[in-house]
Ligand binder design. Structure first.
Ligand code: NAD
Ligand code: DAU
Length: 358
């Protein structure tokens, strides 16, 4: 039985990954190390509370003593490192915590894994692997000229968030080169799906539309993101860890570029269609909710991943097309209004007021 150390497993992608892994494998143990920041929510993993193969540890990845102890207590075979401060807008307002968690935290984790896995002759215990989950934002911004981000594209991060992720990627690469550390990096495009915190575009649109609130669209709304259903990302991470060449980086994306304004209009239409005719919320779900607001500082224009390497070497393909994925996502949020209510009733209100003045 393999033991996984998943960091940030109570967040959006981490929790979807844990659901995916327990569905796929019956014989794994998962230790979830999460600080439970505003973005971490144990509710996301409620169904595993009594699962004897699931362990939750509330801890900060920057706490070296605690992280080393976890490696002493458990014979960890796989690390899958999601824990991060992940929201660009928050990084623009408060960069320091991004450096702390994303850069220092990653280094603490790399050191702890190396301490536990490296043998006297400099080789590593059989079969141990570390996967660092990263983002396409490290590559910067593309023109609308049909070019893509490849694994060989030079790093050019613009926001404090992407700069901190780029730094963490560089540290992983340094450990691979210097210590022959057994790691992979994945750089994925924008994810969407269940359990995403409503500071991010898609759940924010759904939540605001259902509550008849304005939907803030930054700048001209024409920025392009490359959207991937979160379960396809989870599958890609697992496939890279099991089938990828150690030391390599793999981009993950499904060639699904959309302008922000298109995303907003699509969701408004689908929400309207999906609600019963008698539902009073239907009345206010229309394009009058759209409110163009001041642009994000340093707003990247376009992201687009070339997934050729992961397809060719690992055999990964996305399974969920956007129309199916976005319908599933909307249905999930409609079924889980309590989940949304719980996370938007507290600190989120202050964040929202300060951020949008709407
Ligand atoms: P998220 O903000 O939803 O979750 C982050 C999780 O990390 C939370 O559970 C939080 O409590 C935990 N965490 C934060 N700081 C911590 C610390 N110091 N110690 C321990 N735990 C801590 O983020 P997400 O959207 O799920 O992203 C997960 C990872 O995937 C990140 O590394 C992000 O850079 C990367 N990524 C995200 C996307 C995307 O579209 N969301 C795309 C590509 C890559
Ligand atoms: O590309 C991968 C990245 O995708 C991840 O690394 C990040 O962790 C994740 O947050 C996401 O970053 P983005 O900045 O692209 O996602 P966000 O949902 O914040 O914004 C998507 C686009 O929508 C972006 O162009 C900004 C715009 N936007 C966002 C919000 C929250 C709006 O127009 N209005 C909004 O209210």
């Amino acid at each position: 039985m393999k033991t996984y150390l998943v960091t940030g497993g109570a967040g959006f992608i981490g929790s979807n990954y844990i659901h995916y892994m327990f569905k796929k494998y019956k014989d794994i143990k998962i230790v979830n190390l999460d600080k439970l920041t505003y973005a971490g929510n144990p509710e996301n993993l409620k169904e595993f509370e009594n699962n004897e193969n699931y362990v939750f540890i509330k801890e900060d990845i920057c706490n070296a003593e605690a992280v080393n102890k976890i490696f002493q207590e458990y014979d960890i075979d796989r690390v899958v490192h999601f824990a991060a401060e992940s929201h660009v807008d928050r990084s623009i307002k408060n960069p320091e915590i991004f450096v702390q968690t994303n850069v220092i935290g990653t280094t603490v984790l790399l050191n702890a894994a190396r301490n536990a896995w490296e043998q006297e002759d400099g080789t590593y215990k059989e079969g141990k692997k570390f996967l660092h989950v990263s983002t396409d934002e490290v590559y910067g911004s593309l023109e609308e000229d049909g070019t893509f981000f490849y694994e060989t594209t030079p790093y050019s991060p613009h926001s404090p968030y992407s700069a901190s992720k780029a730094s963490s990627d560089m540290l992983v690469k340094a450990y691979i080169d210097t210590y022959k550390f057994p790691a992979n990096i994945t750089n994925c495009s924008n994810n969407y799906g269940p359990y995403q915190f409503p500071e991010k575009l898609i759940p924010l649109i759904i939540n605001n539309a259902l509550n008849g609130k304005k939907i803030p669209v930054y700048g001209d709304g024409l920025n392009i993101r490359d959207w991937l259903y979160v379960e396809d990302h989870a599958k890609g991470i697992d496939m890279v860890q099991e089938k990828g060449r150690l030391g390599e980086t793999y981009n993950i994306g499904g060639h699904n570029e959309r302008r922000n304004i298109e995303i907003v209009k699509t969701i408004l239409k689908l929400l309207y269609d999906v609600l019963p005719e008698t539902d009073p919320r239907r009345e206010h779900i229309n394009e009058n909710l759209i409110e163009y607001v001041e642009d994000r500082k340093g707003h990247d224009r376009r992201y687009a991943i070339a997934p050729d390497k992961i397809r060719k070497e690992v055999g990964w393909e996305p399974e969920t097309d956007f129309e199916t994925g976005i319908r599933k996502t909307i249905k999930w949020y409609l079924k889980n209004l309590d989940w949304m209510e719980n996370i938007t009733s507290g600190e989120y209100q202050n964040y929202y007021k300060e951020m949008y003045h709407l």
